[in-house]
Ligand binder design. Sequence first.
Ligand code: MN
Length: 291
Amino acid sequence: MSTQTPTARRVAAVTDRRIAGPDAQVDNKALVLEPGKPARHDPFLLLAEDWFSTVGFDWHPHRGQETVTLVLEGRAEHRDNRGGHGVLGPGDAQWMTAGRGLFHAEKAYRGEPVHLLQLWINLPAAHKMDEPRYQDLRADAMPVRREAGVEVRVFSGRSGDAVGPAANVVPVTMADATLAPGAAYAQEVPADQNGFAYVIAGSGRFGADRTPAAAGQAVHLAPADTGADGPAYDVLDIEAGDDGLRIVLWTGRPVREPVAHYGPFVMNTRRELEQAVADMQSGAFGEIPTT
Ligand code: MN
């Protein structure tokens, strides 16, 4: 082990979620990472927080990205046109790699209210046409890092000795951390990854400058300043306030490619978006089930 003290990551900005309100699908929606600014959040494209019940997201296509869904309250029911079906409860996540294309539906189980987060991760050009893939990541099956007053459930990447099981295309760290009032820990962040912590409950202080943030805010990490020959990881210091803290931390290695985005399709060029629509219409994504 190196005796070198890891560099402490700094916070670049703290942003408020934007409440978008109800629409035809949802009872309420907030945007934590706004779409349309891919360079700002690379490799992440958007993070939406949704509350829905009777309607939800009926059959729709995707191509060219991954969607990661984390249920906060209630149950979400998922179906796809490749035979996939499942119900996710609180703390469960689903990691869908849309790849070359599929149809799926995301609904509230039995029409009861569900509250969830959905993150979109860009896929590099070399992987946009990969075979679609689902990973069910059940909360009770995830490795947990435990320290005094700290519990970190690791879905992807690592925290301490806990290594998440998610297979990655773009390397991503995803951890759901709950801290008792006043508790603290240091979350490793690969030096080549950028990202954010979204505060789900409570409040805390983050990073080298102990930047404060509270529920509904996203804490955006500055790039590592470890240098090209520096250590592979630095650390984000996280400390809970008097009311405790729950965050989801997402960091990832930037893709650094042009992004062309149209609805549920995320490609590199406008021409590829047109091809995605043509492929979907000609049946290359398969058919929408009729039952
Ligand atoms: Mn979807």
